[in-house]
Design a protein. Sequence first.
Length: 201
Amino acid sequence: MPHARRFLVVHGWQNQRPQGHWQRWLTETLRDAGEQVLYPQLPDPEMPSLATWKRVLRDELAMLGDGERIVICHSLGCLLWLAHAQDARPEEAVDRVLLVCPPGPSTLPRELEDFYAGPFEAAAIQRSARHGVELVCTDVDPWCPEGAATLYGRVLDLPVHVVEGAGHLSLDEGYGPWPAVERWALEGVMAEPAAAARAAA
């Protein structure tokens, strides 16, 4: 009997998993389809500690079991994954990871500076997911004026999917139901990352 597939959804700074946010929508949509999804509220989201968040992340990874393991991160949750990957144990490797709109170091307040433990080692990022880490970002993200496609995609050699004019891909921009990320979660394909914008229009 095959092992179950499980998902881990990782939120960002100041995120209380609000109703309507694409991560909440994705979690509920996948669960309604019979999938197993972990979507933990990370401690102290207003004033997070990298060390504490890494401990929780690793505890959650242990709960994913031995089947297919898929991780989907947004915003500061992406930096959490990148920091974790630098010293992750081999048994903590997952199958696929999607990083959505990681913030740039220039926008992080002083109390969050340790989340950007750059320069990140590209090889460590690649080892963290057996079938790859992918990046979805925008061309006008106020939280990454450096340009995530360059800062993370090019530097870390990640496949990049750019959604034009979509800010930080957050609830403020209508994300929101996002069929493209659901398809990536289920099939590993990010063919139309802007689909949510059309769905929300």
